[in-house]
Design a protein around this ligand. Structure first.
Ligand code: ZN
Length: 188
C-alpha cells in the first residue's frame, strides 16, 4: 500500500524515532508499505517519520540511480551494492568518516527542492535488519549520503538543517510556502 508522505511543516518530521524492540506483523507491513511508497515516488530512501511514524526505521535502495555510484563493504570486503538492496535499517547507529563531499540532495518531504549538501564521504553503520539480525557495514558514494540523510530523519533532523545559510535563505520563499500549505492542510 502506498502511504501518504508528510511534507515539511508537519510536526512529525521533527520527532525523534522510538527504538523498535520487535518486528511485529504491523512493523513488517509498515516496512513493505514504506518500500512500495519509496519506489512509487522514485526516492532512494524513506524514513518512518515521512509516513507519519516516529520510529527508528528507514528503507533505502540506490539501484535506480545509475549516474551516482555507491560502494559497500560488508564483513570488511567490498561487495556488489545491488545485491544488498533494498536495505531496511532498524535502530541504526552511524559513524560518518572521510573527507566532506558536496552533492545534490532532495527529499520526498520537500517536493521540487534540491540543494547542494556537504557530508562526510563514508559512513559506518550498525543496525538491525527486517529479521532483527545485527548488520554492520561501510558505505560510500550516494549510499553513504542517503544513509546520513535518512538517519537524520530518524532524529528529527532535516536536510535544510545541513544547508549553508545562504542556500537556505535563497529557498526561503519556497520553504515558507510549503510549510504554510502543510499547516493549512493539517488544520483542515
Ligand atoms: Zn528526506
Amino acid at each position: 500500500m502506498i502511504l501518504p508522505v508528510v511534507k515539511y511543516g508537519h510536526p512529525m518530521l521533527r520527532q525523534k524515532g522510538a527504538h523498535i524492540e520487535k518486528v511485529t506483523s504491523a512493523i513488517k507491513k509498515l516496512i513493505e508499505d514504506m518500500l512500495e511508497t519509496m519506489y512509487a515516488a522514485a526516492g532512494v530512501g524513506l524514513a518512518a517519520q515521512q509516513v507519519g511514524r516516529a520510529l527508528q526505521l528507514t528503507v533505502l535502495d540506490v539501484c535506480g540511480v545509475k549516474d551516482r555510484p555507491s560502494t559497500l563493504e560488508w564483513n570488511d570486503g567490498p561487495v556488489e551494492v545491488t545485491a544488498f538492496m533494498p536495505l531496511t535499517l532498524i535502530n541504526p547507529e552511524i559513524k560518518p568518516f572521510g573527507d566532506p563531499v558536496t552533492g545534490p540532495e532532495g527529499c520526498l518531504s520537500f517536493p521540487e527542492i534540491y540543494e547542494e549538501i556537504t557530508r562526510p564521504s563514508g559512513v559506518e553503520v550498525s543496525a538491525l535488519n527486517e529479521r532483527m539480525e545485527r548488520v554492520k557495514f561501510k558505505a560510500g558514494g550516494l549510499l553513504a549520503r542517503a544513509i546520513q540523510h535518512e538517519t537524520d530523519h530518524l532524529n528529527g533532523i532535516l536536510f535544510i538543517d545541513r544547508m549553508p545559510v545562504v542556500a537556505k535563505k535563497a529557498l526561503k520563499e519556497q520553504l515558507d510556502g510549503l510549510q504554510k500549505a502543510t499547516k493549512e492542510a493539517l488544520a483542515g
